[in-house]
Write a protein that binds this ligand. Sequence first.
Ligand code: SF4
Length: 289
Amino acid sequence: MIRLSPTAVLKYETCPYQYLLEEVLRIRPAHRAANLVFGTVLHRTVEDWLRGELTGAAPDPVAVFDRDWAAARNAGGVEYAATQSPESLTATGRALITGFATAWPTFQRLLAVGTDGTPLLELKLEVQLGPRLVYVGRSDLLTFNRDGELECLDLKTPSTPTDLGWLANADQLTGYQLLLDAHVERLELPPVERLGLLELVKRKVPTRTGKGPEVLAPIAVPRRSATEMTDYAQKVRWVAEDIERGRFPKRGLMAHNTPCELCAVRGLCRSGDLEGLIVPPKTALASVA
Ligand code: SF4
């Protein structure tokens, strides 16, 4: 049985060989990028705050962020980019979570709740797309906008704001619609009408002037058409078929858009170098190095 998530499909499409190393052979970098750790902590803080806010008992968002960010850093293995430090990210995180708590009421969104009354945050869903293929994913936030439309919002912490035009073809959002459409009856929800992003832009807090961290109002586009959904489901099936058949070519693309510079397993791919990687004990490296 193959289980594919929206990000797994994107990873395969970006470079099948990287997918083989990371998702099939489970080879991992020993260190986690600070951006990823920071994003995960901020994500959790926003959700904790929203859960509390719904019941009228929102926690102090900065205290929640400080606690979780300190725990993540103390766990060790966090690798910072040259432009970052634990302190700079702490300041950015505090500014963003404070800004989010202030901005949320102005977004005029109502959290969608499940049949048990709990908010539909980090909702884990799956759908069978073939006899041996399960598509899985988590939708971050389900909200009703001011027109009463159900909206699926992906929470992001990018370094720069995302262009609205990108949303029209974002596979990740198409994937969420695929999952939600399969479950709306069970969840007792109307069909999702809009797909979009809620972005917390993680710029550094400026020492003097300049743009610092920024919480942007949600951006969203209308739901995908039936044809777009059929095409995407077909693509997921093709990816699953390629994986089953063991098709894992390297895909370095062109110099201007190569995925290699950000690839965590590039040393292994280029020269068999395992430094900085964790290899599961039973992995047959002879076939890949
Ligand atoms: S270095 Fe490039 S070609 Fe090699 S696995 Fe990574 S992304 Fe793929």
